[in-house]
Design a protein around this ligand. Sequence first.
Ligand code: MLT
Ligand code: ZN
Length: 437
Amino acid sequence: MLSRMKTLSCLQILTGCTNTEARVSSILKYCNSRCLAVVPQGGNTGLVGGSVPVFDEVIINVSSMNNVISFDKVSGILVCEAGCILENLISFLDNRGFIMPLDLGAKGSCQIGGNVSTNAGGLRLLRYGSLHGNVLGLEAVLANGEVLDMLGTLRKDNTGYDLKHLFIGSEGSLGIVTKVSILTPPKLSSVNVAFLACKDYFSCQKLLLEAKRKLGEILSAFEFLDEQSMALALSHLEGVRNPLPPSLHNFYVLIETTGSNESYDREKLEAFLLSAMEGGLISDGIVAQDIQQASSVWHIREGLPEALIKAGANYKYDLSLPVEKLYNLVEEMRTRLENLATVVAYGHLGDGNLHLNISAPQYDDAILAQIEPFVYEWTSKNRGSISAEHGLGLMKANKILYSKSPAAVNLMASIKKLLDPNGIVNPYKVLPQSMIH
Ligand code: MLT
Ligand code: ZN
């Protein structure tokens, strides 16, 4: 049992520390020696309670560690502190002709340390892959205050176990990420955004396959939303309108291409759209004519989490599933819930990532009983993941066995005990408590 914190004089702990990781190290050393639990916190935009204290943990917020340390224009490698806000890094790189390999709706407040600690996915994963591929190195402070310098900037390094991966996606449960080095791609000049309507989910799936085949290297996003999502956006997001003429569309797909040759890319996209239209895969669509139109189309998709918050109570599920089965779950959920709640589905179809949301005027046990454990059992039966990109945090820690074997979870618990024997770093998160003690 962790001892309760009474007073903690940070000034006392920080005396004499000049650099930021040394401050984090001093705080952790102090807390570990007294069995005081800590919660690492960045922008606090997570969706599973990973960065919030449960009882009386000390919050270590890294927001003031927000410096870019270096940027190498030749390699595109950015080294920065954990508290840098994602959007600030995007602007920093934009001025230098580069982009971040990840983009999220929460970019205005989420921080890179949190992104790395949660292995955030987002809108560009389809093109640039996950942070396990893009993060070249990191610095982390362990529970006992030891600073682990793994801040390499090499593309290739096969010397021993690649320990940085333990800190990518472990949600601050093994230590606190203080610095990261990331490979950033060059900014390409030609970006096109199409917003399309499909009559059924099967057409969305076929469209994805065709987009991968025909757009190939320029495809940078393939997002989908159903008509319930569109209705929600129209009623709760300010200034949003459906860019397609009003008629009954069951599904919408947002396709983004990013390339280096405007006329070639446009030609490629138009040929793809024409064949999709002729093949009956899309029933209507537009290609954004300028940046404003592109960003208002993106706003429909990116604004959905906000629209759901405005609509009332929301049960959120972030699932990885085989694309061909993904919408079956949504339909089964609708049947189970009947008129009790609205089932809203959208997500990163290109990555097989469904955001399943059940929206109701207020939280109600009768609704929850229809959703859980059904949603987890269904996902597990179909060999999916109960957390595609949001992590497990506090809210889903006890559900990990739906996606991982007991042997794998036991090994995770052993790693946790090895790195944090007193269990002070982000307790109650990621792993079930029963498997740690
Ligand atoms: C998104 O893709 O919009 C995010 O993962 C957030 C969410 O689903 O709530
Ligand atoms: Zn998402």
